[in-house]
Design a binder for this molecule. Sequence first.
Ligand code: NCD
Length: 316
Amino acid sequence: MTFSHKHLLGIEHLHPRDITAILDLADEYVDLNRRAEKHADALRGLTQVNMFFENSTRTQASFELAGKRLGADVMNMAMQASSIKKGETLIDTAMTLNAMHPDLLVVRHPHSGAVDLLAQKVNCAVLNAGDGRHEHPTQALLDALTIRRAKGRLHRLNIAICGDIAHSRVARSNLILLGKMENRIRLIGPPTLMPSQISEFGVEVYDDMREGLQDVDVVMMLRLQKERMDGGFIPSEREYYHRYGLDAEKLALAKPDAIVMHPGPMNRGVEIDGTIADDINRSVIQEQVEMGVAVRMAAMDLLARALKAQRLAEAG
Ligand code: NCD
């Protein structure tokens, strides 16, 4: 399996072949992660640094576990969001870290494009763990793996992405990935939470959830990202739940075997009914978390192989 990319900055840069390569390798890591002995040595001797300038539970924990299971030395830098003053601070931090010779740098940052900028300044592989509302590639990959395992394929599915699309890097990366794999995508949400240039993406847009959910195979719910809103996007949480919250009545409009997804963290009773989220016959939310570790192992493994090949070529 070869991977020709130096970094994983977004789904935008990936070919469907790259996506399949990551998912195939991740399937192998799912098996490893279910064993009592979970160690492999794909990253042995390498140093992984996690730099999270924004809060994270799942993403940071799974990157850390992924690195440790593959034998890397993993360091978590505690980056206080309050200490970032954009541009210079970020680059200064990156240069300092770079001098310590990391091999893999995992970065989450509140500004769209910050991770791309950083990747130009360091000589190691950079993985985007979410930048502003731009991209969150490993989330889209873990969602893809979850869908592929639940549905047996990752093409020609009807997939609804619902809720706060405008502020969501998860929606953006998923839109790009699922589109590349030739699925039919519907975006459902109030017009105030739809990005303005959405028509360019070649998707169907609905503001009526009952209409949009008809016959879909996958229902992907998104968190209302209040930290990215400056007021006035929704009338009230109660009203929002009534119109756009996923409950049993609305879910009944999707296919009988439709799966329910959510990247977390969830606001129960705002975008999703707690009983739906916990229904093991419909919800794959826990599987998403499990796939997250495996996908991150696969992505770092493939980037490390590319890095080693590049270093060998430079040395020889
Ligand atoms: C998402 C994120 O941070 O972009 N969470 C995650 O990575 N699992 C989605 C969100 O914050 O709503």
